[in-house]
Design a protein around this ligand. Structure first.
Ligand code: GN1
Ligand code: MG
Length: 356
C-alpha cells in the first residue's frame, strides 16, 4: 500500500492505511499521515465494473472542477471540504490514477470532521434533499458529451431486465428454480417500470447530469448536522432525475437497511420522505418540469424495483458483481428490496398526494 500511496504523496508523509466505508464495488481505505491523522482516501477501482477507468477519472475531475468553481464563485467559506479532490501522480500531473500493472488506484483528500448517517432525522433528510438538488444544479451547465458514461446502460431498466432474463435462461449456478416466485412478481411489474423510456421517447422526460448513486451513505454531514458533501461520483453521468430521488427514497426513507433479514422491520418513513422531498424541491424545483416533479414517488418504486432486479440477477449469476458477505446475501438483499417495493406500492397514493 505504501508504494501505491507514494505515487501520489511524499513517502515520509505516509502513516498507514485502514479499511474504510462499506461500498459494494471498490475497495476503500483511509490513509493516515505520519502523525496518525486521516488525511486521504485510497481506492482500488473495480475495473471489471468500471472498465473505462480513463473516462471515470476524467469525469470525476470535471465534476470536482465544476463544483469547486461554483462554490468559490458563491463565496462559500468551506469549499475545501465540499468536493472530492483527486490527487495527480507525482510523475505525471495530468493523470489522477495509478496502474500498478494489475489494478487501478486513486487517492483523494479526506474530508475532516464528516460522517454519513444511517439514521436520518427530518432535518437531515431535508438537508440531504436540498444537497442533491444543488448538486444537480451545479452540474447542469456541463455541455452534453463532456461527461462519458462510466458504465454503459447503468440505469437502463430494459437492460437490467434483459440481464435478469438472460441469467434465468443460462442459470449458470442452478439458482433460478429457487427464485421462480420472485421472478414472476417482478415480471408482473415490468411494463410499468419501463415508463421512463416511453416518456423520454415522447420528449416529456429530459436527460440531465445526475449522480446516479444517491444512497444515504453517500451524503457526508458535518458535526452540526448540515450537509458537507455529496460523495461517490463514479456514476455521475447523463440520466433521469428519478434515479437520484429514487435511490434516496430506496435507502433513506426505508425504515430498515437494504439487506434486512426481518422483513417485518421494513417500511416507509413518511415523515422522512416528506422532509426529503421538501428539501429537494427547494433547490431542484427551479429546473424540474411537471412530469419529473409528478414522478418523484414513482422514482422510489422504480429504483427499488431496479435494485431488486440487479441483486437477483447477480444471485442467479453466482455473485460476480456486488461484494457479498455470505453466499445468500444477494438473495437476502433482493427479498428485502422487494418487500420495500411492496411497502412503497401500498403508500403510493399518499406519497403522490404530497407532490401536488
Ligand atoms: C453499489 O458500491 P456502492 O455501494 O457505491 C452500486 C449501486 C447500487 C448500490 C446498492 C457501480 O454502490 O448502483 O445502488 O451498490 N454501484 C455500482 O447498495 O453498481
Ligand atoms: Mg457507488
Amino acid at each position: 500500500m505504501k508504494d501505491i500511496v507514494c505515487q501520489f504523496i511524499d513517502c515520509d508523509q505516509y502513516g498507514g492505511v485502514r479499511t474504510f466505508g462499506n461500498g459494494h464495488i471498490n475497495d476503500t481505505y483511509a490513509v493516515a499521515d505520519a502523525q496518525g491523522l486521516d488525511r486521504w482516501v485510497l481506492q482500488r477501482i473495480n475495473h471489471h465494473v468500471f472498465p473505462r477507468v480513463e473516462v471515470l477519472q476524467r469525469n470525476v475531475a470535471i465534476v470536482a472542477d465544476t463544483i469547486r468553481r461554483k462554490l468559490t464563485e458563491a463565496g462559500d467559506p468551506d469549499v475545501e471540504r465540499k468536493y472530492l479532490n483527486f490527487l495527480p501522480l507525482k510523475s505525471n500531473p495530468e493523470c489522477n490514477y495509478y496502474f500498478d500493472g494489475e489494478n487501478y488506484w486513486r487517492l483523494c483528500t479526506f474530508i475532516p470532521d464528516s460522517m454519513s448517517l444511517s439514521e436520518l432525522s427530518c432535518e437531515s433528510a431535508r438537508y440531504a434533499g436540498e444537497a442533491f438538488g444543488q448538486f444537480e444544479e451545479m452540474l447542469s451547465d456541463i455541455p452534453e458529451g463532456v461527461l462519458g458514461d462510466t458504465i454503459v446502460d447503468f440505469h437502463s431498466m430494459s437492460f437490467r431486465l434483459q440481464q435478469l432474463r438472460e441469467g434465468i435462461s443460462a442459470d449458470p449456478v442452478g439458482r433460478a428454480a429457487k427464485v421462480k416466485d420472485l421472478v414472476a412478481e417482478l415480471e408482473k411489474r415490468s411494463e410499468d417500470m419501463l415508463l421512463q423510456d416511453r416518456l423520454y421517447a415522447e420528449g416529456k422526460l429530459p436527460k440531465r447530469t445526475i449522480h446516479c448513486d444517491t444512497k444515504v451513505d453517500n451524503v457526508l454531514f458535518d458535526k452540526s448536522g448540515r450537509v458537507l458533501c455529496v460523495v461517490d461520483w463514479d456514476t455521475v453521468m447523463p440520466g433521469f432525475i428519478l434515479s437520484d430521488v429514487g435511490d434516496f427514497i430506496r435507502t433513506g426513507v426505508n425504515l430498515a437497511p437494504e439487506d434486512e433479514v426481518d422483513l417485518s422491520k421494513i417500511g416507509v418513513n413518511m415523515e422522512i420522505y416528506k422532509a426529503f422531498v421538501e428539501g429537494y424541491l427547494s433547490t431542484a424545483g427551479k429546473f424540474l418540469n411537471e412530469t419529473e416533479r409528478s414522478l418523484i414517488a414513482y422514482g422510489g418504486r422504480l429504483m427499488t424495483y431496479m435494485q431488486t432486479v440487479r441483486f437477483l440477477a447477480d444471485y442467479i449469476n453466482g455473485d460476480t458483481y456486488f461484494k457479498v458477505h455470505h453466499p445468500e446475501h444477494n438473495l437476502q438483499r433482493s427479498l428485502a428490496q422487494f418487500r420495500y417495493l411492496q411497502c412503497l406500492e401500498e403508500k403510493a397514493a399518499e406519497m403522490e398526494a404530497l407532490l401536488v
